[in-house]
Design a protein around this ligand. Structure first.
Ligand SMILES: Cc1ncc(COP(=O)(O)O)c(C=O)c1O
Length: 414
């Protein structure tokens, strides 16, 4: 089947999105007003240069920067991944060590590995025991599941007072502070760099992200690397979607969101599905007596697509409902009522026993969420092998596993 047929099939089956991107199959916001093939232009006169913006894209960045007084903003078309990798390159010119606090996305590890930098993985609370001079601390907040690092402003202040620099990967937090009923945006933390994926929770096209930098000189150095790593043919559709998402953010009224969220939680409960609320009100973790993997399958069988499933539960990214949205809320409630348990269908388990006790030669990463389970250079223990098997039985994709198996199989043959 071709990709286009697959996409059309999903669309025609009226699938319901509880995953990213935030426009939820174009039912939240009015993206279609600005996303038209006719507008897919290039950097012709009048449309500026994304890597040296002085005209219309500079105006866009100025408008984005109003979200966070004191920060410079740069719209990006290659995701937060691009912002993280470029920021790490720029900051490496000023520091000699990186601390990675908490569960970081693979792009953070790719960034430090590309520059061959030393790094240490720590818990955020451990910051206070460290000499942070000549270091950069990379924090991830909110997490994929919508949990925030507590007292992050205090952490950032401590880092600064101790002559360190801070990056916050806020990929999942572009919608925070959208109203006073949402937790505070990470832009209020005062970190040196904050990067947000607009596409994840706001109505923007996939890959739409914004980099925010406090210091002008650092911003210029990050731009130097953005110029090198980001495509020189930026999509004006993605850029227009960033502008649209920012307008949506500026004008948002949360009345519909909280009313529907309450109704949904109540409805799930009545159908025997427990909901765990997260710091971010737009994230929910579901569980039922079926177990999370079967629950996710039952939902999918009924055409409701979730963001992720782990042992913790099924993760839903809630739509930012608003007056006049086209999200199929009634159909969602009906499908929940009619949900039937899925038959357990065991995934294929690769023979990974050969890896036990070996040094990992390529990061092993369950995807999603993209947080490494074993980092290159560490030992692959029996416990890790057990976890990999458990993931595979439950159809969780594991990146890097095939690479490690090939490496050690070939070595064994030599
Ligand atoms: C915590 C975290 N950081 C960064 C990223 C990368 O963001 P993007 O998809 O915008 O490149 C992700 C993607 O899922 C993520 O979960």
């Amino acid at each position: 089947m071709s990709l286009i047929s697959k996409l059309k099939g999903l669309h025609n089956d009226n699938s319901i999105s509880m995953h990213v991107p935030g426009h939820k199959n174009n039912t939240i916001g009015e993206l279609s007003d600005v996303i038209k093939a006719d507008y897919d232009l290039t950097e012709i006169p009048g449309l500026d240069d994304l890597h040296d913006p002085v005209e219309i894209l500079s105006e866009l960045n100025t408008m984005l920067a109003q979200k966070a007084p004191g920060y410079h903003a740069q719209a990006m078309v290659n995701g937060t991944t691009n912002g993280i990798i470029c920021s790490i390159h720029a900051i490496k010119e000023r520091v000699s060590h990186f601390y990675i606090a908490g569960d970081a996305h693979k792009s953070v590890y790719h960034g430090v590995s590309l520059i061959n930098s030393d790094y240490t993985v720590i818990r955020p609370e451990e910051l206070y025991e460290l000499d942070l001079d000549d270091s950069c601390v990379i924090l991830t907040s909110p997490s994929y599941t919508g949990e925030l690092i507590k007292d992050i402003e205090k952490h950032v202040e401590y880092i600064r007072k101790n002559n360190g620099l801070s990056i916050i990967d806020a990929a999942h937090g572009a919608h925070l502070s959208i109203t006073n009923n949402f937790e505070a945006s990470l832009l209020k933390s005062g970190a040196d760099v904050v990067i947000e994926s607009y596409h994840k929770m706001l109505p923007a096209l996939t890959m739409a992200s914004v980099l925010f930098t406090g210091d002008s000189a650092l911003h210029q150095r990050i731009m130097h690397y953005i110029n090198q790593f980001e495509t020189s043919s930026p999509s004006y559709l993605v850029l227009a979607s960033i502008e649209y998402a920012q307008q949506f953010y500026n004008e948002y009224d949360d009345k519909e969101f909280f009313q529907k969220r309450g109704q949904l939680i109540h409805h799930l409960k009545a159908a025997g599905i427990d909901t765990k609320e997260q710091d971010d009100p737009a994230k929910l973790i579901l569980n039922s007596s079926e177990g999370p993997y079967n629950l996710e399958q039952s939902l999918r069988d009924s055409g409701v697509y979730s963001e992720m499933v782990t042992d913790e539960g099924v993760l839903w990214c809630l739509p930012l409902w608003h007056e006049g949205d086209r999200y199929p809320f009634t159909a969602l409630l009906e499908r929940i009522t009619k949900l039937t348990p899925a038959a357990f269908n065991e995934g294929t388990v690769m023979n990974t026993d050969i890896l036990e006790g070996e040094i990992c030669v390529e990061n092993i990463v369950p995807y999603p969420p993209g947080v490494p389970l074993v980092l290159k250079g560490n030992v692959i223990t029996a416990d890790v092998i057990k976890r990999i098997k458990h993931y595979q039985v439950n159809h969780v994709k594991i990146e890097g596993i095939q690479y490690n198996i090939y490496y050690y199989m070939n070595e064994a043959e030599l």
